[in-house]
Write a protein that binds this ligand. Structure first.
Ligand code: PLP
Length: 386
């Protein structure tokens, strides 16, 4: 497995990076600065704080922390992952063209196709796991390459280093959605990405109790422009949410290690079960992208998708579970299970879903940090109902 940086350093950074004791009281945890404005000491004397949409100390603490974890120049926190992605796309102008992984989160697909296309952006959806498809899709107006790796829910990988070389050659902005792996297992900036995006709703917060997004950029030019757009659009994360995410991140390394350990075990269990047709998990020995996974990731994580063949069988399985919670979202301490075709990916047109492998029998599992044997017992209960 690739060791991108000493584990101890990241384990320390999640707790300390960007954090300073509160200058007034010494409080070791950043206070929740619930304020919309800041009193100026005198006309013409600027303290650096003017208005809460522009800057908030709790949000800034989180932004410094995430920038350090991803190894970027600067990070920005948003009201949701989609707010972050929308802000990134405002780097572009009408007429610009984007090459996108064809199997991204359904909400990203909806934003690009049903909102941003109306504003004059153009998108070509390709299987970016084959770098040749990226090269073929690039045209004169292409400005950005947007990839999600692993993809949601089929867990297809894109070679980030390879994609970054193509992006550099054609002067494209390379954006990587790193929600599934987090900087614990995958560090896209070190592989050449310009921008990393997260739904902090997922693993970074980790406790299924907040909605948020983060965008990390490399280079001062992108940092300045993103700061300007973040303030202009104003879809910022609230100080309370920023405090929650900061709190969640402190255990990120511990949680990810556990998600990964249990994920491997459950993937093995499912792959060996006669009622499961196919298991999607980059760490399985038969996975054709396992070598790439080992090269660019230092863990496989806790996301597993599997096909139970047909809606009726998937429903019988899901209805019988007692511990795994049937819910959208992922990355929480509790195990969540979902049916992508009717839940997270229902906005993707049916023929497109079929092409991607999002069949009526596909189930997506976000493995939590419960006792793994209890999880196996629950899955066994569901499979017995088929
Ligand atoms: C990979 C990925 N990116 C982005 C998003 C959007 O994030 P949010 O729901 O916080 O807006 C999601 C949400 O499920 C996701 O799974």
């Amino acid at each position: 497995m690739k060791k991108t940086r000493p584990r101890q350093s990241l384990a320390t950074d999640v707790i300390h990076a960007g954090q300073v004791p509160d200058p007034t009281t010494g409080a070791i945890m950043p206070p929740i600065y619930a304020t919309s404005t800041y009193v100026q000491p005198a006309l013409g004397k600027f303290t650096g704080y003017d208005y809460a949409r522009t800057i908030n100390p709790t949000r800034s603490a989180l932004e410094r922390n995430i920038a350090a974890l991803e190894g970027g120049t600067r990070a920005f926190a948003f009201a949701s992952g989609m707010a972050g992605i929308t802000t990134i796309m405002a780097l572009l102008a009408a007429g610009d063209h984007v090459v996108v992984s064809h199997n991204v989160y359904g909400g990203t697909y909806r934003l690009f196709e049903q909102v941003l296309r109306n504003l004059g952006l153009d998108f070509t959806w390709v299987d970016t796991s084959d770098l040749r498809n990226i090269r073929t899709a690039i045209r004169g107006s292409t400005r950005m390459l947007y990839i999600e790796t692993p993809t949601n829910p089929i867990l297809t990988l894109t070679d980030i280093r390879g994609a970054s070389l193509i992006a550099r050659h054609h002067r494209l902005i390379l954006v990587v959605d790193n929600t599934f792996m987090t900087p614990v297992f995958q560090r896209p900036m070190e592989l050449g990405a310009d921008i990393v995006v997260h739904s902090t709703t997922k693993y970074l917060n980790g406790h299924s109790d907040s909605l948020g997004g983060a965008v990390v950029v490399r280079g001062q030019e992108h940092a300045d422009r993103l700061a300007f757009i973040q303030n202009s659009i104003g879809a910022v994360m609230s100080p309370f949410e920023a405090w929650l995410v900061l709190r969640g991140i402190k255990t990120l390394v511990l949680r990810m290690e556990r998600h990964d350990r249990s994920g491997r075990k459950l993937a093995d269990y499912l792959a060996g079960h006669r009622k499961v047709r196919r298991v999607y998990y980059p760490g399985l020995p038969g996975n054709p992208q396992r070598a790439l996974a080992r090269r660019q990731m230092s863990g496989y994580g806790g996301m597993i998708s599997f096909d139970l063949v047909g809606y009726a069988r998937a429903k019988r399985f899901l209805d019988r579970l007692r511990l795994c919670a049937l819910a959208e979202s992922l990355g929480g301490v509790e195990t969540l299970i979902s049916h992508p075709a009717t839940m997270t990916h229902s906005s993707v047109p049916e023929p497109e879903r079929a092409r991607l492998g999002i069949t009526p029998g596909l189930v997506r599992l976000s493995v939590g940090i419960e006792n793994v044997e209890d999880l196996i017992t629950d899955l066994e209960r569901g499979l017995a109902a088929i």
